[in-house]
Design a protein around this ligand. Structure first.
Ligand code: NAP
Ligand code: MG
Length: 492
């Protein structure tokens, strides 16, 4: 006899308030200095601007440090140091350059708990994620590129690769140390020198990383870090000594950079925003898909460029998916980022919290139906509950604009063709997810989806050997893998 399907597929064990988590705060010291200057020519350097700005912890809204505000003269000094270091560094044999990258990777591993705590205090992400994702993957990027440094000849067989020169790099606040690793590791492996600007709200781990560069004995000037806001970034972009600009951030700023560099001979790679479709077919393993949906949108509070922020569910299983998803969302723990039990930490900044509130407000105004589980948010700091919108249509702002927060929009489809059409109906093209039991459907969908990264029966998986990047308004160029490496070299 076939097994009877349970009447209520989303069964729940109810324990009432018998099971409460005790607080499990991470207590390792983060060693955050009260003030950070710029890192130029291998040394901590006070800014010529004589200005510093406050760095806030979004977990409680308190000031944790002061960060130097680099002006044009400071950026100029950083480029001068990088240009002076370039001839010797680019002539250093690959095997020797690789040793520095190995040392950096090992030192990051040695201090990974300290860096994870600092990342969580500075940026608000749960300690579980900074400890188990950001730090190991950042170290993995240095290990991976250390391996390439003496094997560049194999990246372009029969051709000779040469470094570009000084590269200007600008990174966002969602994965501060990891984005730094994605940028610096391939640049150094190919023999370039670097001027890097972290995001204004998350500069702490980049400045701590400078002590790792010093301990690794990296020659002065090979990596220079200038902190500040948008104006500092603009000065990095416009500097005449830059041979290439590598930018990760929002699409509007990316467009401005492309416009600014037009007509120059500078190279450019852009890793911009996204609005990924996570597509669930009726033959998918629904429980597994629900976990993937939760990971896809609530990982790092949804501050993820490749977040699965548009859930496309086949109509026949939409009710079941929605029910199970709501049940799962009720068990997500929102709160203190330093608590090891926390699933969803703090929103990175007050500004980002306001943006999320504005877009959620537009979803309500345009008539979508909202679900938020009951959860007590901490009274201090910046928090937003996990949120799900059903009854969403493609014209709604919440279906079109990148929210960059823990907010999921659900749309339905009937046929694979309709799923493809809806998934591709966006200006972005960074990532997508497919959930199905059929291998042939995965291959067919993957060929039709216009997205740089496509996951099947999983989501948000990263590996340094696997290139990452987008199409359309999500940018161009790749990070990771051979493709990412080649974006930091020229064929001579
Ligand atoms: P953003 O405002 O574009 O900022 C990114 C970086 O650019 C920051 O360091 C920022 O400095 C700097 N910046 C701002 N204005 C600039 C200018 N005129 N010239 C040069 N630099 C300038 O983006 P965000 O809000 O920090 O980051 C979120 C965005 O990044 C999202 O759209 C997300 O999708 C995207 N992202 C993409 C990827 C990817 O790989 N595709 C990965 C992560 C994030 P301040 O922050 O100091 O102002
Ligand atoms: Mg901060």
């Amino acid at each position: 006899m076939p097994a009877k399907r349970p009447k209520n597929p989303a069964r729940e064990l109810l324990f009432g308030d018998l099971w409460e988590f005790d607080p499990a705060p991470e207590t390792a010291p983060a060693h955050i200095a009260p003030r950070y200057d710029l890192f130029i020519n291998g040394k901590s350097t006070p800014p010529k601007s004589k200005k510093w700005f406050d760095s806030i912890s979004p977990g409680d809204g308190k000031k944790i440090s002061e960060i130097a505000l680099a002006n044009e003269a400071d950026v100029d000094a950083a480029y001068a140091a990088a240009a002076a270091a370039f001839p010797k560094w680019s002539a250093t044999p690959g095997a020797e350059r690789g040793k520095f990258l190995y040392r950096i990777a090992r030192l990051l591993q040695d201090r990974s708990r300290e860096f994870a705590v600092a990342e969580t205090i500075d940026g608000g992400k749960p300690i579980r994620e900074s400890r188990d994702f950001d730090l190991p993957v950042a170290a993995a990027h240095f290990f991976y590129h250390a391996g390439w440094a003496d094997k560049l000849a194999f990246a372009a067989p029969g051709r000779t690769l040469a470094p570009l020169g000084v590269v200007g790099q600008i990174i966002p606040w969602n994965f501060p140390l990891l984005m730094l690793a994605w940028k610096i590791a391939p640049a150094l492996a190919c023999g370039n020198t670097v001027v890097l600007k972290p995001a204004e709200t998350t500069s702490v781990t980049a400045m701590k990383f400078c002590s790792i560069l010093q301990d690794a004995g990296l020659p002065p000037g090979v990596v220079n870090i200038v902190t500040g806001a948008g104006d500092t970034g603009a000065a990095v972009v416009k500097h005449p000594a830059a041979a290439k600009i590598a930018f990760t951030g929002s699409t509007p700023v990316g467009k401005w950079i492309q416009h600014t560099l037009a007509g120059t001979d500078k190279r450019l790679t852009l890793e911009l925003g996204g609005k990924a479709a996570n597509i669930v077919f009726e033959d998918a393993t629904i429980d597994q898909a629900v976990e993937g949906i939760v990971n896809g949108i609530f990982f790092n509070q949804g501050h993820v460029c490749c977040a699965g922020s548009r859930l496309l569910v086949q109509e026949s299983v939409a009710a079941e998916v929605l029910k199970k998803l709501k049940l799962r969302m009720r068990h997500l723990r929102v709160g203190d980022p330093l608590d090891k039990n926390t699933d969803i930490g703090a929103i990175n900044s007050r500004k980002q919290l306001e943006k999320i509130r504005d877009l959620v407000g537009s979803g309500l105004q345009e008539g979508a139906e909202i679900f938020q589980p009951d959860c007590r948010l901490p009274s201090r700091g910046f928090y937003f509950p996990p949120t799900l919108f059903s009854g969403v249509s493609l014209s709604h702002r919440i279906a079109r604009e990148e929210i960059f927060g823990p907010v999921l929009s659900i749309l339905t489809f009937r046929t694979p063709e309709e799923a493809v059409e809806k998934a591709n109906n966006t200006p972005y093209g960074l990532s997508a997810g497919i959930w199905t039991d059929k291998g042939s459907r995965i291959l067919d969908m993957a060929a039709k989806l216009k997205a740089g990264v496509i996951w099947a029966n999983t989501y948000n998986k990263f590996d340094p050997a696997s290139p990452f990047g987008g199409f359309k308004e999500s940018g161009f160029g790749r990070e990771g893998g051979k493709q990412g490496l080649l974006d930091y070299a020229k064929i001579v």
